[in-house]
Design a protein around this ligand. Structure first.
Ligand code: 26V
Length: 820
């Protein structure tokens, strides 16, 4: 096995301290006497970073020298969270740093806590990209991520009077983890027109001319693998006015302001992450972001390929590009443009290269999330690309017509151009036609894609083009880093930390399921994690929660399809039930803390109503003397990656309760189980595979199945829709003013009662509360509960993102790791 030499980690704490002091005194120009925690964080990061850079450079040299197939992961979101703790653990320097910082008068947790999250993502899709980078490096794949360097990440959420308020997340003040590459720039063109010319052989060539130029500047972020020298690169593009763009004409003629305005307009492109998750609003700036990032990345990729002097036909042997959702789909068109217009390849040769290079991952079946761009907008910003899209569509439809003659309906259904008013470009269809593999992110989701959304394309291209790669999470961050005591306990039992690299080795802990000391320690760790969360709740909300109560957690983006409303209606039902009991009866009940967290998209009014209801219920329940510890309702502000690292290990039960068939996969479900929490969930996304792996006796499933959803919805609209009687009582309580203003929540109630209950809250309500009651009962049998917890963790090996990346490498990328 590979071991670090003295140039990689730190030999001892003295060496580490010396480096920290040096950075405080020279890089930061401060004295150790006024070194506060911020300065200590900066200096610690810089000291670590120095070691990381050496491996990073070597990795890049090695990858260039070996010239094996590279993987490029194109994602508009990388939800990285904090980097310091991860870097320390991955390069094996944490214990030295801990001791060193101690001697300098700091606690390592406080120093780690100084770092601002890198929150360049909305939720699951962005965090998945971050887990993938960790696995790619840990498995030694030659891989780069490409993204945008947003000046503002996802907004910070404040709760004021029970409502969400958004505050900008300016995170770049001091970021030791990025390296500006002012020498790596690409000029990106927008607008203009297409002129047809001829080359020396009389062949028609398109020239894209005019318009405006914006410059892309590369910022590189090293991403270290765990227990390996491989340190890959995440390249993020930042926009600025092109060098010739600062208009000196205007400047000299006194129009200083408008030349500054041009500058600012260019910088706007990478200014802010769009905070919608699962809602396509078709904003012009978003399309500009997409092309800006895709064009810069492809220029970079092609430039690197050309250095190898290989034939173009070898491009797909050397390069795999993965499209994280449809957001980078313009890359398909851009590569075709580069090959045909600039490099002079024939259309068909170029198209073969393009389609063998790309793979496309779909992350959602929600219709409102499927990207479509108005043809007129694409025409305005990217006139040449629109022509190419039309040609791609023409050739595609001709091939369909040939295979399935005289099927006009089929042609209009699969056309990349939707013949609507206005006409739209369907990005998912373009991605399918432009890729050699299309995958969903869990078995059910991939099945649904193939039988519903992309059914026609399965008929046209054959089933082989469509596949499933079930998501995974990195056990380094989501077990070892987030729950160090559990990781150490496991390691102590099964001969070290090998499971962090081969998660299936977790199955070895199952043989200790009856080991008294092991079980005791297991339960104590969960309790300690709950105590830590209880302290956090006390410090932020000034509420006392009993760490012995059942902690019931739902943390994820707020969305009707994820059904936080079902959860809070269930909590209200619980409250009403407790209120109706005699004091003696109440004493027999299981105390519970109902914990929520998550952001609503700023323009998603219903999601904001849900947040308001949760807070309004909490305000009443939490101070009701009849209730005491029996029920607390807590909304944790500003859920993000670093909060997830604290919350997830503290959960007894977590909720993954989307309407069946709506959640692509879910990944927090995996994180919760990996940390010894049990889950309540619907038969949706990866819950189904989790059940298969851990056994149905270890999970609480409820609700209707995805195959019943269509009929149920139909019945709501055309039949008689009777609302569940227990749910009706909940509505009555709300509308009688039990939780504040009686009419505040009418819309939430109406959506279920009067407007077709699209998410089937009423249909699943009884099943949900029955299952919650069963959980109360089972939780009282702590021995059995701990057994379930241990067995579940032991069987979670499948859900490592390492397994997932290996599947992508084998089935989609045809790429191999690079021996170190
Ligand atoms: C979609 C859109 C639509 C256009 C406007 C901006 C925007 C931004 C993000 C998205 C992504 C929505 C898709 C998504 O996040 N899917 C989630 O992907 C996870 C990783 O595969 C998966 O676990 C979740 O179930 C799925 O909801």
């Amino acid at each position: 096995a590979w071991t670090r030499n003295k140039f990689q980690g730190f030999q001892n704490k003295d060496e580490f301290e010396k480096e920290v002091v040096r950075h405080v005194e020279t890089t930061l120009a401060r004295s150790m006497f006024n070194c506060d925690e911020t300065a200590a964080y900066s200096a610690t990061s810089l000291a670590l970073r120095d070691r990381l850079i050496l491996e990073w450079n070597k990795t890049q040299q090695r990858q260039t020298y070996r010239d094996s197939k590279r993987i490029y992961y194109l994602s508009l979101e990388f939800l990285m969270g904090r980097a310091l703790d991860n870097a320390m653990l991955n390069i094996g320097a944490k214990s030295v740093a801990k001791d060193g910082l101690n001697e300098l008068g700091f606690r390592i947790e406080d120093i780690i806590g100084q770092e601002h999250d890198a929150a360049l993502g909305n939720g699951g899709l962005g965090r998945l990209a971050a887990c993938f980078l960790d696995s790619l490096a840990s498995l030694n794949f030659p891989a780069w991520g490409y993204g945008l360097r947003y000046r503002y990440g996802i907004f910070k959420q404040e709760i004021i009077d029970g409502y969400q308020v958004e505050v900008p997340d300016y995170w770049l003040d001091f970021n030791p983890w990025e390296f500006p590459r002012h020498d790596v720039t690409v000029d990106i063109q927008f607008g203009g027109y297409v002129r047809k010319g001829q080359d020396e052989n009389g062949k028609t060539i398109a020239h894209w001319e005019g318009g405006e130029i914006v410059q892309a500047v590369a910022y590189d972020v090293p991403t270290p693998g765990y227990d390996t020298p491989t340190t890959n690169n995440l390249r993020l593009w930042s926009s600025k006015a092109a060098s010739g763009e600062f208009d000196f004409q205007k400047f000299n003629s006194g129009d200083y302001e408008s030349s500054v305005a041009d500058q600012q307009r260019a910088e706007t492109i990478s200014a802010v992450l769009y905070p919608n998750d699962n809602l396509d609003r078709g904003k012009e700036l978003r399309l500009k972001q997409q092309y800006f990032w895709v064009a810069a990345s492809l220029y970079d990729i092609v430039r690197r390929f050309k250095k190898s002097k290989r034939a173009w036909s070898e491009f797909p042997d050397q390069i795999a590009i993965q499209l994280n959702d449809t957001h980078p789909t313009l890359a398909v068109v851009e590569l075709q443009r580069i090959l045909v217009d600039i490099e002079g390849l024939d259309w068909d040769d170029a198209w073969k290269i393009v389609t063998t290079t790309f793979g496309y991952t779909n992350h959602t079946v929600l219709p409102e999330a499927l990207e479509k761009w108005p043809v007129t907008l694409v025409q305005k910003l990217l006139p040449r690309h629109l022509q190419i899209i039309y040609d791609v569509n023409l050739f595609f439809l001709q091939s369909v017509e040939k295979k399935f003659p005289n099927d006009r309906d089929l042609l209009s259904r699969v056309s990349i151009i939707e013949e609507s008013q206005p006409k739209m470009v369907r990005m998912a269809y373009l991605a399918i036609v432009g890729s050699h593999k299309v995958n969903g992110v869990a078995e059910l989701h991939s099945d649904l894609l193939q039988t519903t959304l992309f059914k026609d394309f399965v008929t046209i291209f054959g089933a082989d083009k469509f596949t499933n790669v079930t998501n995974g999470v990195t056990p380094r961050r989501w077990l070892h880093q987030a729950n160090p005591r559990l990781s150490e306990l496991i390691a102590s039992k099964i001969g070290g930390h090998g499971f962090l690299k081969d998660l299936t080795a977790l199955n070895k802990i199952e043989q200790f399921v009856d080991d008294k000391a092991f079980r005791k320690e297991w339960a104590e760790i969960k309790y300690a994690n709950k105590v830590r969360l209880a302290k956090y709740i006390k410090s932020t909300l000034d509420l006392n929660v009993n760490p012995s109560a059942l902690f019931d957690v739902q943390v994820k983006r707020i969305h009707e399809y994820k059904r936080q409303q079902l959860n809070i209606f269930g909590a209200i039902h619980r409250y009403l039930t407790l209120k109706a009991m005699s004091p003696e009866e109440r004493k027999k009940q299981q105390p519970r803390v109902s914990i929520y967290g998550g952001k609503a998209a700023p323009g998603y009014w219903m999601a904001k109503q849900i947040i308001h209801l949760i807070n309004s219920v909490g305000a009443v329940v939490n101070k009701d003397p009849d209730i005491g510890d029996l029920l607390k309702v807590i909304f944790l502000e500003d859920y993000n990656v670093s909060k997830a690292e604290m919350i997830i290990p503290a959960s007894d039960i977590s909720e993954h309760i989307s309407t069946a068939g709506t959640e692509g996969s879910g990944t927090s479900n995996m994180k919760f189980v990996l940390n010894g929490g049990l889950i309540i969930g619907t038969c949706d996304g990866a819950n189904i595979e989790i059940t298969r792996e851990i056994g149905q006796e270890n999970i609480f499933l409820f609700g209707n199945l995805s195959e019943d959803v269509e009929d149920l919805r139909h019945a709501h609209t055309y039949g008689t829709h009777t609302i569940d009687p227990n749910l009706t009582k909940v509505f009555e309580a709300i509308q009688s003013g039990t939780f504040g203003e009686a009419n505040d929540f009418n819309a939430l109630i109406s959506a279920v009662r009067d407007h077709g209950d699209y998410y089937l809250v009423s249909d699943d309500f009884q099943s949900y509360i029955d299952t919650q009651n069963m959980i109360d009962t089972e939780y009282r049998n702590q021995e059995e509960w701990v057994t379930k917890s241990i067995r579940s963790v032991a069987r979670m090996g499948f859900f490592s993102s390492d397994r997932c990346i290996n599947e992508y490498a084998e089935v989609i990328w045809n790429a191999e790791p690079l021996a170190v």
